[in-house]
Design a protein around this ligand. Structure first.
Ligand code: CUA
Length: 320
């Protein structure tokens, strides 16, 4: 993205320099040319000029429209990650950057990525607003508590690049720095396999899903008291209030921390909140686990059908 951002930036700079010199030059030139030559001289009366006024309206309009369309196209390219990105979670914290690779590697203030790959960072904060900034990549985004903000980049050259926090976040804000380490794909692979991984993020999420007993309600067989999570990610969910929502990271996060906020149509608001019980990292594990769940075994029946009583009869499904 750097070349595109720079091209726009230099265009803005060139326009500013051109008009600054033009205006300043004309002021000096006319001040000399039309200077008062005798104490009695009076300026010529002016009655406006349609051509001139149209000119100084239309020309700046066209220039600013070029800036607008150009800027918008760069912005949209930045804001929409391509498909097939390498996804990495970023958690900002006073005062460090925590990175979580899907394979399980965790890093603090260092981010290893392969060269020549589209990398998407899914960022969040566990305390205040930070801002993830890699100047060399021209990549910069506010990192917000309670939300997932995605940014992406495509590193073209191996090397080490500064990470900065670009939002004042407290005493040691200026020390909240790090490095992106861009490696050749083969080096990256050997770095990835270089120990310390405790299994993939999704498998850690699965373990948590069992430990927290989520599995007792969110069953794969449509008999659970909670919605089936298989194949949920990225789908549109019908809510009890008639609205719909796309099941993205933010929705899953909210459903874990504040389950009553968006009830899936056909279910009771019986899920307890996990606010304060799990960390940001554990939330990411659960989200990755939900993402990893494949397609639903069968399409859910209309929610009006009465639930079939479980064979063992140990629980009474409250789904309507
Ligand atoms: Cu984090 Cu400034």
């Amino acid at each position: 993205m750097a070349a595109r951002v720079d091209a726009l930036y230099f265009f803005l700079l060139a326009i500013s320099v051109f008009f600054s010199l033009l205006i300043a030059g004309l002021i000096v030139y006319y001040a000399v040319k039309y200077r008062r030559r005798s104490p009695q001289s009076v300026g010529a009366p002016m009655h406006g000029s349609l051509l001139l006024e149209l000119g100084w309206t239309v020309v700046p309009l066209m220039i600013t429209m070029v800036i607008f369309v150009w800027g918008a196209s760069v912005y949209f390219a930045m804001a929409s990650p391509p498909d097939g990105t390498l996804n990495i979670y970023v958690v900002g914290k006073q005062w460090m950057w925590k990175f979580q690779h899907l394979d399980g590697q965790r890093e603090i203030n260092e981010l290893h990525v392969p060269v020549g790959r589209d990398v998407k960072l899914i960022t969040t904060s566990e305390d205040v607003i930070h801002d993830f900034f890699v100047p060399a990549f021209r990549v910069k985004a506010d990192v917000l508590p309670g939300r997932y903000v995605s940014i992406w980049f495509h590193a073209t050259r191996p090397g080490r690049y500064h990470i900065m926090c670009a939002e004042y976040c407290g005493t040691r804000h200026s020390g909240m720095t790090g490095e992106v380490i861009v490696m050749e794909p083969s080096e990256y692979q050997s770095w990835l396999s270089g120990g310390m991984a405790e299994g993939s993020l999704a498998s850690a999420g699965e373990k948590l899903f069992l430990d927290l007993a989520c599995v007792t309600c969110h069953r794969a067989d449509l008999q659970g008291r909670g919605p089936v999570l298989q194949g949920l990610f990225g789908k549109t969910v019908a809510l009890q209030n008639g609205e719909t929502i796309v099941a993205d990271e933010g929705y899953i996060r909210e459903s874990i921390l504040n389950p009553g906020a968006k009830i899936t149509a056909g279910f009771q608001p019986i899920m307890p909140s996990f606010q304060g019980l799990i960390t940001e990292e554990q939330l990411l594990q659960l989200i990755e686990y939900v993402k990893s769940l494949g397609a639903q075994p069968e399409t859910p029946p209309a929610r009006q059908t009465p639930p079939t009583a479980p064979a063992s009869g140990e629980t009474t499904p409250v789904r309507k």
